[in-house]
Design a protein around this ligand. Structure first.
Ligand code: HEC
Length: 144
């Protein structure tokens, strides 16, 4: 029951995010040549977003076991994504820096969840979200 509810909740949150993104994207694209969306990113987006949202839920509820599970899922999706796309970014030091920041933060999150350390887990999650945002900033504004 509980898990069904949280699944529904994640879907609702995800859906509203996607709708929000679509809304803002179409606003920006008006009057400009439309950039064709690349295929396959939806799956990454869903997996990464859902896993990080799950971590937040488990942090809030103090469920360390599930927190660890979701953090590991986040790590896994991220590793897979990097492995598939490593050629594109390997020479960009800023990107690699954020990549390492993310890897470090998720590893710390798993460690603190194992230790049932709420302060540590919360701090690591903040670092994770920071690296999500920073890395995406870099992708949006690439340095020549
Ligand atoms: C080290 C860099 C890096 C980190 C850290 C990172 N991402 Fe990404 N993410 C990417 C790349 C690269 C893509 C593919 C986007 C592209 O190439 O346009 C992507 C795609 C996405 C997308 C699809 C939308 C888009 O911009 O294409 C979402 C949403 C997303 N990531 C969320 C997250 C979340 C949530 C986190 C943290 C839990 C995170 N990302 C951490 C690099 C990163």
């Amino acid at each position: 029951m509980k898990t069904e509810f949280s699944k529904l909740l994640f879907r609702a949150v995800l859906l509203s995010l996607v709708i929000g993104m679509l809304g803002s994207a179409s606003g920006v694209a008006e009057g400009q040549p439309t950039k064709k969306p690349k295929l396959g990113y939806d799956a990454w987006m869903t997996a990464k977003l859902v896993a990080s949202q799950q971590v937040l839920t488990h942090l809030t509820m103090g469920d360390f076991e599930k927190m660890e599970e979701s953090a590991r899922r986040m790590q896994f999706v991220h590793y897979l994504e990097q492995w598939l796309r490593k050629e594109e970014f390997k020479n960009q030091s800023g990107y690699m820096g954020q990549l390492h920041a993310f890897e470090f933060a998720t590893k710390e999150l798993v460690r603190h969840a194992e230790d049932r350390d709420m302060d540590g887990a919360l701090k690591s999650f903040q670092l994770v979200t920071e690296s999500c945002v920073r890395c995406h900033q870099l992708i949006r504004d690439p340095v020549e």
